[in-house]
Design a protein around this ligand. Structure first.
Ligand SMILES: [Mn+2]
Length: 349
């Protein structure tokens, strides 16, 4: 292990000692992920639950907002027996301690009520003002995954864990960084390599290759047929969708179009527009670009190469969504300093 890693673990040990000491004996613990949780937020939550169970023995519940839609994520929850419940099924007064992972208060991507107190935040997105009111904050925005931070917590606290949690953490880092292909640092690589021998390969294979319904391919078809290219920018609109995380999946997929360096995708789900932004350009910060594009219409956030956002919108008819697409496309071209050019369809009908 490098000297740098030892220092990290020392700081991590100090921080975890302090918050676990504070937490001990305070009663039931709630861990909240972001809405439509991805593997990283689920892994971080499960690792934190494991840490608390071993170290303080307090009852711990993991809860999420929105839905778990993506085939890989559903397979992960089922095959690795990830024990999560919808946030709106809980009586929040029942919990004395609230933790948030892979998200922060006031980001717009979690459903935890704003007026309620949060005690601990563990995240890898740029730190927000709203964390001022949180007692324990560990935000490392250089980390590729919150799961990497949680792996370090378990290491620092010398908490052993089984093959299921190892597989969960490994898959989180794998999918969040696309196998160390984007937004990763050495800590992610270290965790990835150390977790790999502990992984259940056969379950991992089933997660990476889940069965998907025919509707899944319809979304691909819609995205491809609706995709418009403006220079090296691709914009697609899924219109109404029943699984909001399809937008992110298709944004990743369409970023592979040659010469395309920036992708903005959108889809309408439950009175809101779900946005996904991807870029291969290292001179851009995806989170900042999408925040500027969305402006006061909604909320957004992210990392260097990936970002997400949401715009509340009561009407989901085609015309309204087309107008929103136009507005966002226009703003994106402006933010990226492009001359407003007419779009060309990705594929000819
Ligand atoms: Mn994450």
């Amino acid at each position: 292990m490098t000297a740098e890693a030892v220092v990290d673990l020392k700081q991590t040990l100090e921080f975890t000692e302090k918050f676990l000491g504070w937490m001990r004996g305070r009663g039931a613990v709630l861990i909240v992920t972001h809405d439509h949780p991805d593997p990283d937020s689920l892994a971080a939550a499960m690792a934190l639950k494991h840490l608390i169970t071993i170290k303080t023995g307090q009852p711990t519940t993991v809860a999420f907002g929105g839905m778990i839609g993506r085939g890989e994520n559903r397979a992960m929850v089922e095959k690795l027996e990830i024990d999560v419940v919808p946030l709106d099924s809980l009586d929040l007064d029942r919990f004395q301690v609230v933790c948030m992972v892979d998200s922060q208060p006031g980001t717009g991507n979690n459903s935890f009520p704003r007026e309620r107190k949060i005690d601990l935040v563990i995240d890898h997105h740029p730190v927000r003002e709203s964390c001022r009111d949180v007692r324990w904050v560990d935000v490392r925005d250089d980390y590729g995954a919150t799961a990497t931070m949680m792996y370090e917590y378990l290491q620092a606290q010398q908490v052993s864990f089984g093959t299921k949690l190892a597989t969960i953490l490994f898959y989180a880092i794998k999918s969040e960084t696309q196998d160390l292909g984007r937004d990763w640092i050495r800590a992610d690589r270290r965790a990835y390599l150390q977790l790999l021998p502990l992984v259940n390969n056969s379950i991992l294979f089933d997660i990476v290759h889940p069965e998907v319904p025919r509707a899944y391919f319809a979304h691909f078809s819609h995205a491809i047929r609706n995709a418009m290219i403006y220079n090296n920018i691709l914009v697609f609109n899924l219109y109404g969708i029943d699984t909001p995380d399809m937008v992110a999946e298709l944004a990743d997929f369409l970023l592979r179009v040659d010469e395309v360096k920036v992708v903005l995708g959108m889809g309408y789900y439950k009175q809101g527009l779900a946005l996904s932004f991807r870029t291969l350009r290292h001179d851009l910060n995806a989170g900042e670009v999408l925040q500027t594009v969305v402006g006061t219409l909604g909320t957004a956030g992210g990392h260097g190469m990936i970002a997400g956002g949401q715009i509340p919108c009561a009407a989901g008819d085609r015309k309204t969504l087309q107008q929103l697409e136009q507005t966002l496309t226009h703003r994106l071209l402006q933010v990226l300093g492009c001359y407003p050019v007419p779009g060309l369809p990705l594929v000819a009908e």
